[in-house]
Design a protein around this ligand. Structure first.
Ligand SMILES: [Zn+2]
Length: 307
């Protein structure tokens, strides 16, 4: 029943690309569902390189309206239309994003073959599906900006076959109903899942900061994430630039990750001034050892939390 949750970094640079790093875009993949977080220019070729199926159920989360985080969106939607996509796409982002999409797709004669369900972002739960929900919080950047947490719904508890047998539930269809959290009726009496399963287990939780300064509120928002992806535009020696441009250093990202007690931290959104991210990563690891500096094409599997 358990399925993989994969996070792939499609673009790990900040405002300007480098020859090795594209503009910000990250994809989460689980059971035929694709969740794109930010959509920088060049995202389409990365989507192809990573074999991310564009026909799948799709949710796009946009943190803020800076060109480097949005400029790839229109081309992506156009390509999906050329492929005759019919399934609607959920897009969560600042309200003006929808206006931009309407105006530009009209001016450029992009006839979409599918519906866009646009959800204006505000703090709190912005999207619920049968499998997961998305929460947003205000980030601290130079324009209206948000951070996101994608959180799977709790999983049913561990199934105890001996309890099912003792209650006279025959193996097969009725067992799988109980495992999926549905009550069954056996010889006129009802058997409910808590009678034959352990307590519900938490799903996996991935946080993405977008562009931001660190804050106590964000540390609370990201509390207990299995993977936190955080703005690490600058090295600690460039802290003044991080403060001025409303970004974070890798040390600040690591400090927040430690405070939020996340399982793992991935640094991204590196300034093009650095040719290598080794120093950013090692500075962060001194504070939070389970840190990795992302690179374009890196895929991380997010495991279920223990217990
Ligand atoms: Zn940015």
């Amino acid at each position: 029943m358990a399925s993989k949750l994969l996070v792939t970094f499609l673009g790990t640079s900040s405002a300007a690309p480098t020859k090795d790093r594209g503009l910000p875009a990250i994809v989460l993949r689980r059971e035929g569902h694709v969740i794109l977080m930010d959509c920088g220019e060049g995202v389409q070729r990365q989507v192809l390189a990573q074999s991310i199926g564009l026909g799948k159920d799709m949710t796009i989360l946009v943190t803020h309206l800076h060109g480097d985080h949005v400029s790839g969106l229109l081309g992506l939607l156009q390509t999906m239309s050329l492929a005759q996509r019919r399934k609607a796409v959920d897009i969560v982002g600042p309200r003006k994003l929808f206006r931009w999409l309407e105006v530009t797709s009209d001016l450029l004669h992009i006839g979409l073959t599918f519906q866009i369900r646009f959800i204006p972002v505000k703090p709190g739960v912005v999207l619920r599906t049968p499998e997961f929900r998305v929460r947003a919080a205000r980030a601290s950047h130079s324009v209206e900006a948000y951070s996101f947490v994608v959180e799977e719904n709790p999983r049913p508890g561990v199934f105890h076959p001996e309890k099912a047998k003792a209650l006279g539930v025959p193996e097969g269809r009725l067992w799988s109903s109980l495992q999926r959290g549905r009550s069954v009726v056996v010889r006129g009496s009802k058997v409910s899942p808590p009678e034959v399963t352990g307590p519900r287990r938490p799903g996996r939780k991935v946080g993405y900061s977008g562009d931001t300064r660190p804050s106590a509120a964000l540390a609370r928002f990201f509390s207990g994430c299995d993977l936190l992806i955080f703005d690490s535009t600058f090295r600690q020696e460039d802290l003044d630039k991080a403060v001025e441009r409303k970004h974070s250093t890798s040390v600040e990202a690591a400090t927040l990750a430690k405070k939020a007690k996340v399982a793992r931290l991935a640094l991204t959104h590196f300034s093009a001034r650095y040719t290598t991210t080794r120093q950013l990563e090692s500075e962060a690891r001194k504070i939070f050892p389970k840190t990795v500096a992302a690179h374009d094409g890196l895929t991380l599997e997010v495991p279920y939390p223990p217990g």
